[in-house]
Design a protein around this ligand. Structure first.
Ligand code: PLP
Length: 403
């Protein structure tokens, strides 16, 4: 620091005053009185689970994304597992996915005894590169599992074209992308199966929860059985039919989403458009500011998409900074900006290194991006002042580390 610096320019990590008094998290839920009422009503009703709210939430969700069927699950991870089951993934099969995602995207192939095969991502958007995916296809490949990183839809035209040519099933991990559009079509209506999560940091929440959407009746049937022990009818169907008999026809799990969670989901779904508009406004504010800041690279957006902005991941241009990502990260945290990193590439986790022998260097675009990525706070409850604090903190830290 030069002697002319004012107190507010001294980084909080060096003892200066932070940009904010309290920590702004990178993501968080918004719960209103209507949500609380919906949950309380369901608590007072006859059905806490496998009741009418489940079908109501599923129907409303399917209508919202333009799919024929929506099948709810107890988490996004359970929904991914259901999708790999319905797709028929089994031991000896391979599923091609991105290394730059949450581990669950790849783990769901392992749950079925299949092997996740990683393919590198595109430099501009960090979504799965269709050419890299294509190059990984073998006689054992059965599915492609792309992820809509940060809420930016994957290149579905190319991915689906490759899949059709090779007879593969496309399971889109859209846990970041509820409300996103690809060529004017809603994510959830395009791939063979699309998977969503309702974890509190996502666009709508059911505490824990997930959904698979599809237009395929056979997949929908398999998904419903899988989440209910592999049994061919649920308790409410049997009660209304006055029957006790049921058959377990496949090995399934208890992955059901309770009525209380579905009531919350239904209530939250009504606010999805507002949540999306808010996230888009914050992203626009960020991008306008960061475009002007040397050393800070805002996320790329392709013209054919409307992203849902689950995350706002900037990349550092390290040639223009005297600090690495770790130092910038710590400096921003000290300013009370709850930054995060999405993601440690999946193949670099100890489990994947030990099991499959990855050493690093296999996926240079994803790995290079990972070294420079920082996720800034992004959630629909953020105020303009919150967003301005983030911009001020990034600007302050960037200036202090400018080369
Ligand atoms: C959140 C998330 C999941 C898992 O969802 P849970 O509901 O937490 O199980 C899977 N994939 C991605 C990309 C996610 O962001």
């Amino acid at each position: 620091m030069s002697a002319t610096s004012t107190a507010s320019q001294i980084l909080a990590i060096d003892g200066g005053p932070p940009v904010r008094e309290t920590l702004l998290p990178y993501g968080r839920q918004s719960i209103d009185e209507e949500d609380i009422q919906a949950v309380v009503e369901t608590l007072r009703s006859a059905w806490l689970t496998t009741g009418p709210k489940v079908a109501q939430f599923e129907e409303a969700f399917a209508a919202r994304v333009g799919a024929t069927y929506a099948v709810s699950f107890s988490s996004g991870t359970a929904a991914l597992h259901g999708a790999t089951f319905a797709a028929g993934l089994k031991s000896g099969d391979e599923a091609i996915t991105s290394p730059l995602t949450f581990a669950a995207t790849a783990n769901c192939a392992l749950y079925q005894g299949a092997r996740p095969v990683f393919a590198d991502v595109c430099e501009d958007t960090l979504i799965l590169d269709p050419d890299q995916a294509s190059a990984k296809i073998t006689s054992r490949t059965r599915a492609i599992l792309p992820i809509d990183y940060a809420g930016h839809p994957v290149n579905l035209d190319s991915i689906l074209e490759i899949a059709r040519r090779h007879g593969l099933i496309v399971i889109e991990d859209a846990c970041h992308a509820l409300g996103a559009k690809y060529r004017k079509h809603s994510v959830g209506s395009i791939a063979d199966m699309t998977v969503f999560s309702f974890h509190p940091v996502k666009h709508i929440t059911t505490c824990e929860g997930g959904m698979v959407t599809t237009d395929n009746a056979d997949y929908a049937e398999a998904l419903r059985r899988f989440r209910n022990h592999g049994i061919s009818s649920d308790a409410r169907q049997r009660q209304s039919a006055g029957q006790w008999h049921y058959e377990m026809v496949a090995l399934g799990f208890n992955y059901r989403l309770p009525d209380i969670a579905c009531a919350l989901g239904l209530s939250q779904l009504r606010r999805l458009d507002g949540n999306l508009a808010r996230r888009r406004a914050i992203a626009a504010r960020y991008t306008a500011a960061f475009r002007e800041m040397p050393g800070i690279i805002p996320p790329g957006v392709r013209p054919e998409v409307s992203p849902a902005w689950h995350l706002y991941p900037i990349r550092l241009d390290l040639a223009k900074l005297s600090a690495d990502r770790g130092e910038v990260f710590r400096a921003l945290r000290a300013e009370n900006i709850g930054v995060n990193v999405h993601y440690i590439p999946v193949h670099l986790h100890p489990y994947y290194r030990d099991r499959f022998g990855y050493k690093g260097g296999e996926f240079p675009v994803a790995e290079n991006a990972y070294e420079r990525l920082i996720s800034l706070p992004m959630f629909h409850g953020m105020t303009d002042q919150d967003a301005n604090d983030v911009i001020a903190a990034v600007s302050k830290v960037r200036l202090a580390f400018a080369r």
